[in-house]
Write a protein that binds this ligand. Sequence first.
Ligand SMILES: Nc1nc2c(c(=O)[nH]1)N[C@H]1C(S)=C(S)[C@@H](COP(=O)(O)O)O[C@H]1N2
Ligand SMILES: [Mo]
Length: 251
Amino acid sequence: MDLSYLKAKFDRRVFLKALSATALVLFAPGRASGEADYRRDKNIPKNYIQNRDNPKFHIRSANPFLGVDISSWGLAVTGMVENPMGFGYEDLFGFKRVTQVSRLKCVECWSAKATWEGFRAEEILQRVRPRPEAKYVYFQSADSYYESYPIEELLRPRVLFVLRMNGEPLSPDHGFPLRLIAPFKYGYKNIKYITKMEFTDSRKRNYWSNNGPYSVDGTIQPGIDHPLDFGKKPLPINGGEVFHPFDKRPT
Ligand SMILES: Nc1nc2c(c(=O)[nH]1)N[C@H]1C(S)=C(S)[C@@H](COP(=O)(O)O)O[C@H]1N2
Ligand SMILES: [Mo]
């Protein structure tokens, strides 16, 4: 029996609700520093990025966050590479630009598509030159979220480092200035606000495998999807990227 599928299907909202107050404290990020759990805090100012249900594209962020200040933002690429580098926002616009339409599917059972514009992983890899022993990339972001990928998966078709969404720069809600879109992975793998990529020889864990019943791998499993842009009509999915015939599949 495929247990990873059951795990991934588990509804996170139900999961969080089902936890007792005591258990919730154990899961609350920042508990070590005595911070309150924001999921029960009704007083978070509106300008903080936090979960919101939009008709077009839900916003999902594990922790409230004010967004990135671009004047102090940079992308650091470090670890097992020949040439560690730092990139500013402008540098990223010098990379070969690609546009694609793809769908983001969250484990909470919604999906939505957008036109995403950015660059492929090769642009970074060819500049930093990973050493032969490097097998994984550990991503860190400005809101203390983190993810990990095998390098091989970042080089698959349609994995995109995104700068623009639907013809505009990424909004703070959706990960400005830089996020990842990997259409064959669940939403939680699509890390927003990227600040650092570290090349490693062993796999590190990701935020949602440490804070919920989710796999590090996060590949979309066959099942039923509830796309936002189809009036929430459930549609079967085949596994892999959630794809519909009239989603334009660019080259
Ligand atoms: N840095 C960061 N990236 C993140 C998250 C987060 O909390 N922080 N949430 C993830 C989850 S669970 C989902 S479903 C998608 C949601 O992307 P959206 O808010 O643009 O819809 O972002 C993913 N990337
Ligand atoms: Mo998600």
